[in-house]
Design a protein around this ligand. Structure first.
Ligand code: NAP
Length: 277
């Protein structure tokens, strides 16, 4: 099989559902800005179709793909060569090609590092609290480990999952805190990261109350589609706050660079993301 055409090579995002993703807007803007003829498509892939997709992608000689839910973990059994981050997390969001071979990367870790870059020193010196124990929280913990942030607290609705994650990231010795400590602000952290899906829907509450926020703290929410109540809680206390747009764009930029082996036009990607929010 060989892809023929003057429109360049196809790149995909695979998942189910994928109707509402605006990754095609971000990546196609980048291809256009860089003068590359590639095009990025959303492709619905059901769980039983993953192996077939990988074979097809390999034959097609396309640069790669993004992988989203529900395939981020299962793709790891379908492609052998993985970056150390994928090996560590057991989850990938990017397929890319090197020397003809398909490989897996996880660019969420890089995206998160870029998002919290302005406050890494604060996180190292004053600690960080991560809310959540799902895929995004795992990427956050790996990034914090890479950045030598050694004072980490973890909270999750299902405490057992936070405890399991703490065991997995024992190098950070995370302290798992319960609901009462979260509510009263009795945790050792100035940077607070919401890595849960609370806030995705309009009207969702803030997991951190006004009483738990004190001057000098910073709130970072991975959610990028709205100004969440979590962020508003930090705003009202006069603290810095930041939504997840930088993570979204920088993880996309890193994937794009793996496919094209050239520097991503990040500004064009930010513009496309902002225009489609
Ligand atoms: P996930 O694996 O499904 O994990 C969801 C997390 O949210 C779990 O910790 C879950 O707690 C918690 N949660 C769900 N409903 C809750 C509720 N009502 N109260 C308290 N906690 C609740 O999802 P994920 O992939 O980690 O994604 C989490 C968030 O990060 C999503 O909003 C996603 O959009 C965002 N994200 C953003 C970027 C970006 O580029 N900016 C990248 C990745 C993810 P339990 O364990 O108790 O169920």
């Amino acid at each position: 099989m060989k892809f023929i055409g003057k429109h360049g090579l196809p790149v995909f995002v695979i998942g189910n559902p994928v109707e509402h993703t605006f990754s095609p807007k971000i990546h196609n803007s980048a291809f256009e800005a860089a003068g590359l003829p590639h095009r990025y498509f959303a492709l619905e892939v059901l769980e039983g179709e993953l192996g077939y997709f990988v074979d097809w992608l390999s034959e097609l000689e396309a640069p790669g793909a993004n992988v989203t839910l529900p395939h981020k973990r299962s793709i790891c059994s379908a492609i052998e060569t993985k970056t150390s981050e994928v090996q560590r997390l057991g989850a990938a969001n990017t397929i890319f090609r090197r020397r003809g071979e398909l490989r897996l990367a996880n660019t969420d870790v890089y995206g998160f590092r870029r998002l919290v870059e302005p406050w890494l020193e604060l996180a190292r010196e004053e600690g960080v609290l991560v809310l959540g124990a799902g895929g995004a929280a795992r990427a956050c913990l790996l990034a914090l480990e890479q950045e030598d942030c050694e004072s980490v607290c973890l909270w999750n609705r299902t405490t057992e999952k936070a405890e399991a994650l703490a065991r997995e990231f024992s190098s950070l010795s995370p302290e798992v805190i319960g609901q009462s400590k979260l509510e009263s602000g009795s945790f050792d952290a100035k940077l607070v990261v919401n890595a849960t899906s609370v806030g995705l829907d309009e009207g969702d509450p803030s997991l951190v109350s006004h009483d738990a926020v004190s001057p000098g703290m910073v709130g970072v929410d991975l959610i990028y589609n709205r100004r969440t109540r979590f962020l508003e809680t930090f705003d009202r206390a006069g603290c810095d706050s930041r939504g997840g747009l930088d993570m979204l764009v920088y993880q996309a930029a890193k994937s794009w660079e793996l496919w094209t082996e050239q520097e991503a036009p990040v500004e064009a990607m930010f513009e496309a993301a902002r225009a489609n929010l």
